[in-house]
Write a protein that binds this ligand. Structure first.
Ligand code: ZN
Length: 207
């Protein structure tokens, strides 16, 4: 179906982000053909998703989050002035320029090597919690020019990839969250900012 018929964008060019409970977030999304990727509809969708992600100050946005059940996500992680250098180091966070992943295949390089940090989602508005993720991943996908790309990374970028590819499989971060650590954003700032993850787990009686 043409995107123009299914997606209403705001005057600013951003798209509404669907929230948890919308069945589109729980579907296994459909792959795109090379022709579809290169066509004007998907190219326009990518531009609108980029604007939407930036307006929402997210580091990633998957197509199901704007109501399209297709295997496409946009990623960009370049602005984290709210974190100290130490926190960036701890999280393995470094600048990741804007890019598109399409039809990705995710491989967890070492499933036993995980990192735990607070994580949230634009489709689970206002809630964050500790989510264990593999430290290192390998992703094979297509870019916006339908060219094959291999991404092998660790740290925060690996977390973003697991989160966004999860969306394409109908998963949400709450499926992996240590649910006892779930908190509103406000309470995260009030009670948990500056605490180590092991303290957060201890104080919430995790395990
Ligand atoms: Zn998300």
């Amino acid at each position: 179906m043409p995107i123009s018929a299914t997606i209403q964008s705001s005057p600013s060019g951003t798209l509404p982000i669907v929230q948890i409970g919308d069945p589109v977030l729980r579907q296994y999304a459909m792959p795109l053909s090379k022709e579809e990727i290169l066509g004007p509809e998907i190219q326009l969708l990518i531009e609108r998703m980029k604007k939407t992600m930036r307006a929402a100050t997210g580091v990633g946005l998957a197509a199901p989050q704007i109501g399209r059940s297709i295997r496409l996500a946009v990623i960009e992680d370049t602005s984290y002035s709210h974190l100290t250098e130490e926190q960036c180091r701890e999280r393995g966070r470094y600048p990741v320029p804007f890019h598109v992943i399409i039809n990705p295949k995710l491989e967890l390089v070492d499933e036993n090597k995980t990192a735990e940090f607070f994580e949230g989602c634009l489709s689970v508005s206002g809630l964050v919690g500790v989510v264990p993720r593999a430290e290192k991943v390998r992703v094979e996908c297509l870019n916006e020019k339908a060219e094959p790309v291999t991404i092998e990374v660790e740290g925060w970028y690996a977390r973003i990839l697991q989160h966004e590819i999860g969306h394409l499989n109908g998963e949400l971060c709450i499926d992996h969250m240590l649910l006892r650590t779930a908190t509103t954003m406000d309470n995260a700032k009030r009670f948990w900012a500056g605490k180590s993850i092991s303290d957060v787990k201890f104080l919430n009686n995790v395990e």
